[in-house]
Design a protein around this ligand. Sequence first.
Ligand SMILES: [Zn+2]
Length: 266
Amino acid sequence: MNLVDIHCHLNHAAYKDDLDEVLERAKKAGMKALVVSGVNPVSNKEVLALAKKYPIIKASLGVYPIDALGLAEEEIGLPRQTVPINLDEEFTFIEENIDQVISIGEIGMDFHWATKEDTYEKQAENFRKIIQFAIKIKKPIVIHSRKAERECLEILEQEVHGEIPIVNHCFSGKKNLIKRSAELGHYFSIPPNVLRSQSFQTLVKMVDLKQLLTETDSPYLSPFPDQRNEPVNVIESIKKIAEIKEISVEEAAEAVWENYVKVFGE
Ligand SMILES: [Zn+2]
């Protein structure tokens, strides 16, 4: 069985003591690829270093919308970003390391950590610029859209016309937005907390198996209360997908793996 986690943060301080064991557990469970997402220039460098050290780790380099604004002061465990990111400089860095880069993400907009009133225009401008860059380098994009699902979708509709795959990570939009995104061919990655979340279960029901991926967002979003999440938990997403789609666990894993290869190309 081939398993994949298309979105996690293994450069987080939560793994500083036992990353090797976490990776060992993942490999034993059949995991073949762990896509680690950067959120700002410092974390992108950490992600690249991990990808160089561990073949199972793939690098997704990103610019988190709040970091792009220079407002990432609160995060503990991932590098902070307290001045706005110079996007052109970061694009140059990504292009210099393009052979190591599997996707661009996470990127998007976020109106949970910054208000729409104060930051919509700047966030939208940054998001459009990053999308155009991803199209230029022909890489799939992984979208973060917390409290900004409709706004992100509108921009994606305007900026992307089939040039690159779009993956909605942890999508929490309402049914009409799920439908609209699915009709555009977007992919959706399902975190293991689908076990407890009615809205993720609805999403799995609504979206074709050909458009589903799995992620953990580790160390966040554990399926088990108060535990650190880790990539091996994607098996919980696979089990739930299998149950909802009424197929075997093996079939669900194989379908998700094929989608991963199609989108990320390895
Ligand atoms: Zn994330």
